[in-house]
Write a protein that binds this ligand. Structure first.
Ligand code: MN
Length: 708
């Protein structure tokens, strides 16, 4: 049982100038807050935070971490608020306590492997400051040490969670001894029988192994000394859980595990590492293929060492790790090694942290798999994902900047498509809100809801984007089919297309035919032709042209113009110019039509020609029109100010190109001042010869002055 005095003494030993008084104050404050609370072991609650602080002192953590460890359960379990802590112990400590509280509130639900992985990542991201995780690991370690006081079911759950979440996390952070101790403690509760058997087997061998260890330590130490090298040699037993795992993995029993003892050789610098390796290989025969140079190529969590295995006396296989003092400290305490208390000078500590990041950046560049490295060590600063929960506690990893709709689509496409709102952590949120780590999201759906184009601006994930686009494509297909059905009904007077008709247009089925009809890929006249060729029922509207398409008389569109079509019962489809006032306001029934010219088939359109009042002017203009293979179907003539005449013609042309040629030709006619197209000339096409028309003009008819 740790007492505050032991902790402050321990701290004083590595940081003589640390503010011991603040640690004492934290103790008094926490002891007061937890007064009357007890652990399952029956001890006063304050024993637990003290033990956590003691673990942190043993790895020489900084003052803020020690103080935060003593206070770590006050906000969660007592009346103390974060503000209290900040005002008494400062913002840094408050941030750490807040982090530990938040991480503690995240509950791990699923036993699925992938979920465990996401959960670990989320802890990394939520913690923000790696010291939060180190405190959390120390917290979990002490809880594991006192696990036997809990009821069996709870014990097993916590032990399993430790194996799935916390020991891998300790491994990632390079905190080797914490990982091992957690694993052995958890092993005892998850597989009590296997654990017990292994303990007994180890007990049988322990003496012999101890002798071997001492013997070898001496031999290696001696050899190094003879070669003038300062070195520490440590033999250690492999921890139980790793033996157990090895037995499982390789399907062997205990007697077949040869490397129960491993040795560490700790030397002064990197060149000495390689020199010591040579000496060890000189003493004992190395096992081929077992040498690994993690100094030149560190592990993703930053671990560095030389690893080798040799055949020792009595054919014992011995693992040997060779490293410098700094590497050793990192191998044992991992990330925590970077918080080693080195000086009271805050700047110097910042420089240390910075050096650590710089070191990581260098490692990333050397690492074989940078993405894995990023996930492993760089924490919030580098994590590109956010981790959020569903209402059921499932964890979803989404890219940074993801919004509630991304989440909804990640749950299920239908959930996304019918999403009408979201609650984040119990509160209504809008679709633009960015998700944060640990958010719990509840999606509300309604069968009537459908995606909107605007959603595309909110989502970040390809999955959501594709789902929304697919929905609109499907909608467009359905609209096309509906229109196609209408074409079929209006043109052929029937509800369904025969298989022959479908085949004729190369369509697999009726749906495909309807789609093509609706999109205008198959023109209506082609449909009619095909239908009549095949001896099908003739369409019911009599006295119509070959094609069912008509150009509207209000705006006189011609092939090549942007046009929209509308069905008029009894007439077929009437095409209007897109700019026609008839089109505006009501776009429900309008159909996009791509209107191509048809040789020999002409359409009417209006042109306006402004001329000087000259004798023979009208004749010259009329002749020019006739020479351009067009015919005049109607015209009006207005006297204008400044001795000008305005001529409005209704002419027939095949398409826009022919019209453009005509307008160019008219411009060259002497006396013509201006020529332009007029979609609305107010003429109807009198279908009389030009002579008759001209007589009408000279009969001084009154004309409305309709413009545009
Ligand atoms: Mn705790």
């Amino acid at each position: 049982m740790s007492r505050i005095y032991e902790i402050t003494e321990r701290v004083r030993s590595y940081a003589p100038r640390m503010d011991i008084e603040r640690i004492n104050r934290a103790y008094v404050f926490a002891a007061h807050a937890h007064a009357g609370q007890f652990r399952s072991s029956g001890e006063p609650y304050i024993v637990h935070p003290l033990a956590v602080a003691d673990i942190l002192a043993s790895i020489r953590m900084d003052e803020a971490s020690i103080v935060a460890a003593i206070l770590h359960d006050t906000v969660e379990d007592t009346d103390v608020t974060l503000e209290d802590i900040e005002s008494r112990f400062g913002a840094e400590v408050a941030r750490l306590v807040d982090g530990v509280t938040k991480v503690g509130q995240i509950r791990f639900h699923s036993s699925e492997h992938k979920q465990a992985e996401n959960f670990r990542k989320m802890l990394l991201a939520t913690a923000r400051d790696v010291r939060v995780l180190i405190i959390k690991l120390a917290d979990r370690l002490h809880n594991m040490r006192t696990l036997s006081f809990l009821p069996e079911a709870k014990r097993r759950r916590i032990a399993e969670e430790t194996l799935q979440i916390y020991s891998p996390l300790a491994h990632r952070l390079g905190m080797h001894w914490i990982k091992q101790e957690m694993e052995d403690l958890a092993f005892a509760h998850t597989e009590p029988e296997a654990y017990q058997r292994l303990v007994e087997k180890m007990a049988d061998r322990i003496e012999e192994l101890g002798r071997t260890r001492k013997h070898l330590e001496g031999i290696i130490q001696e050899a190094l000394k003879r070669n003038g090298m300062e070195a520490r040699v440590q033999g250690r037993m492999k921890h139980l859980y790793s033996i157990h795992q090895k037995m499982q993995r390789k399907h062997v029993n205990f007697d077949e595990i040869y490397d129960l003892v491993a040795f560490r050789v700790i030397v002064a610098d990197i060149p000495s590492c390689y020199k010591a390796l040579g000496l060890v290989h000189g003493l004992y025969r190395p096992v081929p293929g077992r040498f690994k140079d993690y100094i030149a190529l560190p592990k993703p969590n930053g671990y560095q060492s030389l690893h080798t295995a040799v055949i020792g006396p009595e054919n014992f296989r011995i693992e040997v790790q060779i490293r410098t003092e700094a590497m050793h400290s990192y191998a044992e305490d991992g990330v925590a090694a970077h918080w080693l208390y080195k000086s009271d000078d805050a700047d110097a500590r910042d420089r240390e942290s910075f050096k650590w990041l710089k070191h990581l950046t260098e490692l990333i560049q050397q690492s074989e798999d940078p993405s894995e490295f990023l996930e492993d060590v760089r924490l919030d600063l580098f994590v590109q994902e956010v981790y959020v929960f569903s209402r059921d506690g499932d964890i979803f990893a989404l890219p940074r900047g993801a919004t509630p709709l991304d989440f909804a689509y990640a749950v299920h496409t239908d959930v996304g498509n019918h999403c009408i709102g979201v609650r984040i952590n119990g509160e209504m949120a809008d679709f633009q809100q960015r998700l944060r780590n640990g958010d719990q999201i509840e999606v509300m759906v309604s069968p009537d809801q459908t995606p909107s184009r605007q959603w595309l601006q909110y989502v970040r994930t390809p999955r959501a984007r594709q789902a929304i686009r697919a929905w609109f494509r499907r909608q467009e297909r359905e609209v096309s089919r509906r229109i196609g059905r209408k074409f079929l009904r209006e043109a052929l007077g029937r509800e369904h297309a025969s298989p022959e008709l479908c085949r004729h247009f190369g369509c697999a089925d009726e749906q495909a035919l309807l789609e093509k009809l609706g999109r205008g890929d198959i023109p209506v006249h082609a449909l009619l032709e095909a239908a009549s060729d095949r001896g099908m029922r003739r369409f019911k509207m009599r006295g119509m042209e070959r094609t069912l398409m008509h150009a509207a008389e209000c705006c006189h569109p011609i092939p090549g113009d942007p046009v929209l079509g509308q069905f008029v019962t009894g007439r077929g489809m009437v095409l209007h110019h897109r700019k026609c006032p008839e089109v505006r306001g009501d776009d429900k029934d309008w159909i996009e039509v791509h209107w191509l010219p048809e040789p020999g088939k002409t359409f009417l359109t209006g042109i306006r020609v402004l001329t000087r009042n000259e004798r023979g002017m009208l004749a010259r203009v009329s002749q020019c029109i006739a020479e351009g293979r067009s015919s005049i179907e109607d015209l009006q003539l207005h006297q204008r100010a400044g001795a000008m005449t305005e001529l409005l013609f209704l002419v027939s042309v095949e398409d826009r190109r022919q019209l453009a040629e005509l307008l160019r030709a008219l411009k060259r006619v002497p006396g013509v001042v201006r020529v332009e197209r007029r979609n609305r000339v107010g003429l109807k096409g009198m279908a009389r010869g030009i002579g008759e028309t001209l007589r009408g003009i000279f009969g001084a008819r009154k004309h409305s002055e309709e413009e545009s």
